[in-house]
Design a binder for this molecule. Sequence first.
Ligand code: ADP
Ligand code: ZN
Ligand code: ZN
Length: 816
Amino acid sequence: MNYFIEVIVPLSLPKTFTYKVSENEFAYIKKGMRIAVPFGKNKIYTALAIDLHQDAPTLYEAKEIHQILDEKPIVNEFQINHWFWIASYYMCNIGDVYRGALPSALLLESETIISQNKETFVDETAFTDDEFLIYEALQNQSSLNVQNIIDILNKKTVLPVIQKLINKNIISLQEEIQEEYKPKLVKYIRLNEQYQKEENLIHLLDSLKSEKRKNVLLQYFQLNAGEKKPISVKQLTESAQTSAAIVKALVDKQIFDEYFIQEDRVNFDKNKIENDLVLSQAQQQAFDEIETSFSTKEVCLLHGITSSGKTEIYTKLIENYISEGKQVLYLLPEIALTTQLVARLTQHFGNKVSVFHSKYSNNERVEVWNNVNQNSDSAQIVIGARSALFLPFSNLGLIIVDEEHEQTFKQQDPAPRYHARDAAIVLANAHQAKVLLGSATPSIETYYNANSEKFGLVSLTERFGKVQMPEIELVDLKDSYFRKKMKGHFSLTLIEEITEAFANNEQVILFQNRRGFSPVLECMTCGHVPQCPQCDVSLTYHKYKNQLRCHYCGYSMAKPTNCHVCSSVDLETKGFGTEQIELELAELFPQRNIKRMDQDTTRGKYSFEKIIDSFKNREIDVLVGTQMLAKGLDFDNVSLVGIMNADNMLYHPNFRAFERSFQMMTQVAGRSGRAEKRGKVIIQTYNPLHNIIQQVTNNDYEGMYKEQLYERKIYYYPPFYRLIKLTLKHRDFDKLKEGSMWLYQVLQQNLTIPVLGPEEPAIGRIRNEYIRTIMIKMPGDASIQGTKKTIQKILNSFDLVSQYRTIKVTVNVDFY
Ligand code: ADP
Ligand code: ZN
Ligand code: ZN
């Protein structure tokens, strides 16, 4: 008798592979276990068993496996089915999905390099002999690869030992950098309540003997009189030129009270559970409606305006599923948002909450994976960005997709290019679980699905605590420039409002949808604009580093002193970005603390959180930023939001540009006036009468939706048509041109639906590769699977044309 297993290998290959196993192995192996297999020349990969059978492959001789890595399956059938669905729907290889789904520490292969995790306490006595040998070797060498370990242990089957050491956190994969960020708690002080009474205070001042302490107290009054802001210990020690010990002494004497602004963080205690979450009447009604909707529909959209308290509704709902012993997955568009959310959910659910995302170390991810796989208590609720969708859930009850309109839910590169919201709906279906989509500005497609009764729809139109929506004021830039009512890029209206916010000790957010100082440097004599040598884009001027940089490939050069074409020294910067706003603002308000938040300032692992934290702690007066600011952040002291230029969002060559502009402006505006006071938003624009600007101003989502839907219908866009984008790349311009024409023509001849292109995109060359795109539009009534099969066949034959074989083609389904 012959025994075989069918495996997925973690390589970009469309097929599964057959390996030979012994009768014993056959009896032992279960679907979902990892099996190390030889593949290609002398390489070992971690494959996944997905089937056991007795059919020898017809096209090749089955090899024997290398070894079995697991004692129990670490992947279940829900996942395997879901991964095949992803591969088929998004037209990618099953190997791509597998590789993207598993934390890399579970995918050991012959090239894997490991090193010791210095942070972990090591108990040498608990090691097995093999473990000890590896550990010992790592004392002499900073890293080892799998081959080294094979030599050290003098045997071939080493991966299980390595895996055990990873599970124990003793070693990590080399490529990761360990970094940790704990939100810092800024200590503030205020006068103890008893000294609010003047007589007590006078008495206190008389009784204080130490001059140092008296001085600190007087300094406190001075600070308190000037700015009605919370006073931090740091601030006080600096201005009184004293030490923290003196302040501490005053705290001990109960003259000052210490406190922290981030109350939720202070209470961040995993074992303390607060249960007093009470929904407002409007929230309760929305909650009831969601439940009703779930009795007949699988998916429900919660359309709740900014600050309506959607998170609280999610929390109540989660409670229900948890109490039935179900697992809950909570997807967020941006991992930077998890810190806030984890604090909130942990307060409520204690240690039932786990977090999973790509910035977590490999070992942490393996831990969460295992916890979910064992359906353990600590992973009943998993919060994560899109990749959390791949975890081994066996008992999902509910998936929440918060800020469902966010484009970050779509993975662009590499494959699998899946949309986490859509893939979540499919996954939930398999588990017979429910999906709640939440947004203040739903995507057109989702709202369409809700309106056509495919999804349930629940609206929440009131902010929590009946806070008013911010007042939006438009400033006509054309008019303001004409009347000289501008300073740099700031209208006098905006300057006035900022001044007023400062006078009230409130914070300000300024939004500019572009990073860098100013997009381009232009020669005033000949008009030349320096371009990236590797991409077809103008270089961006960064004043801080005095550089020109390419935002596509990272190329940079020092700012030239004269024009490379005509040698003129008359060079000027055109346009403006976040960096310039920051500089102009610093000139207008030199006393104020201004910070910028964009891709340039948030590159480090936790830099985003750090900026958000110090803004929340009120150490920053103004935050200047790009669209990162639009993502569901909750600030309680922002009374003004300024949108510096609404127009550059509107004119993007993308069918979603208007929808996105509406979403972005509405979301940024929503950061204003969260607390007791009505917030203000100033939008500076050249087109105050533009429909989108008007819809934002009037908070008219319906109006925006109807208008956009009409456009989508007449121009063949989603939700009426589904789009597939093919991107072709090659260094040889002519070859690419020819190849893309060939492909276009074959598609055109074989499909009865619109095929557009081949088009040179707005940026026609990146990193020295030329780019062409072809777009296929599938009407709602077409057989999607059939069409995709035809496309795949054509792509396969394109690959066989020898002169085009080197052209890279990527397929992006629902690329928007
Ligand atoms: P959204 O996500 O809809 O924009 P949030 O969930 O961030 O709104 O809620 C806005 C603010 O209102 C938060 O500070 C939140 O803590 C508070 N809040 C909302 N609902 C409640 C509630 N039922 N009880 C107490 N505070 C609430
Ligand atoms: Zn010139
Ligand atoms: Zn470039």
